[in-house]
Design a protein around this ligand. Structure first.
Ligand code: GLU
Length: 274
């Protein structure tokens, strides 16, 4: 088996947090990309069958709700976002549950807010519940509880949430699926000479500069939030990968130890300014 640049850490990971973003899960009009979800769930089911544990952190509630409600664009106000999320979260879980059950796997919905993971006792409950779900063989599917989350208690983006979930659940790897192949030396949409960075040795200001730029119109995060998430996870020793979610089968290559996307090895040092 080929070795990955993370010293085999990814290929040997047992407990894996996979984060999937709105732009990967939906079409431009907000409707679910069923082919994408079906492939993703099949691959995750197979990876689970091979003996690994999967925790899925999913975005898409607001985006999918926007599509379900036939709204012209993603609402901008809190009530609109919360209402869209309430609709979209049902549809998301329905789709995941239907797909995972095709492969004999049980799903579990876990909705979190920041205040829960910042309170020692409530955090312990979350940790215990996730660990019990894994023990029971279920697939925890985590999102922010968007319908009740308001500014003071929100994570803001699911990249950060996925890193926090990875730390809380003592994951061995965090994989963020997005609509681009990984982290580039500059924004490839505006810089033709931008190059993919296969392995990040250190998260510093140069890298943050390269990562700046907005995400898609349907999601919340961009590269910067992914970089922050990688910093949280690698700070806890968890190797992190940013890769394209367009072809979820690439996850097989990743866990076979092939270089895919951008790898942040678990020992990534923090930059001095953070
Ligand atoms: N929790 C939001 C949702 O499900 C997504 C936040 C994000 O895109 O990072 O719609």
């Amino acid at each position: 088996m080929p070795l990955d640049a993370g010293g085999n850490a990814i290929s040997q990971a047992h407990r894996i947090v996979v984060k999937v973003g709105t732009s990967t899960l939906t079409y431009e009009n907000g409707r679910l990309n069923l082919r994408r979800i079906e492939t993703l769930v099949r691959v995750l089911s197979d990876i689970k069958n091979s003996g690994r544990e999967i925790i899925l952190v999913t975005s898409g509630a607001i985006g999918v709700g926007t599509g379900q409600l036939g709204l012209k664009e993603r609402p901008r106000d809190t009530a609109g976002k919360q209402a869209a999320a309430a609709v979209g979260q049902c549809e998301l879980m329905y789709s995941y549950d239907k797909q995972f059950s095709t492969y004999g796997h049980v799903t579990a919905q876990v909705l979190l807010t920041r205040d829960v993971v910042e309170d020692g006792h409530r955090k312990d409950n979350v940790v215990n519940t996730i660990s019990r779900l894994l023990e029971y063989g279920a697939v925890p599917i985590v999102n922010e509880n968007d319908t009740v989350a308001v500014e003071e208690i929100e994570f803001g983006d699911n990249d950060t949430l996925s890193a926090i979930v990875a730390v809380l659940s003592h994951a061995d790897a965090l994989v963020m699926l997005t609509d681009i192949d990984g982290l580039y030396t500059a924004d490839p949409r505006s810089h033709a000479d931008a190059r993919l960075i296969p392995v990040v040795a250190a998260i510093d200001d140069t890298l943050r500069g390269a990562a700046s730029g907005a995400g898609s119109s349907r999601g919340t995060g961009g590269m910067i939030t992914k970089l922050n998430a990688a910093e949280i996870a690698t700070g806890a020793g968890i190797p992190t990968v940013i890769m394209n979610g367009a072809n979820p089968r690439r996850l097989y290559d990743l866990f076979d130890g092939e270089p895919v996307g951008t790898l942040f090895p678990g020992h990534c040092p923090h930059s001095p300014d953070k």
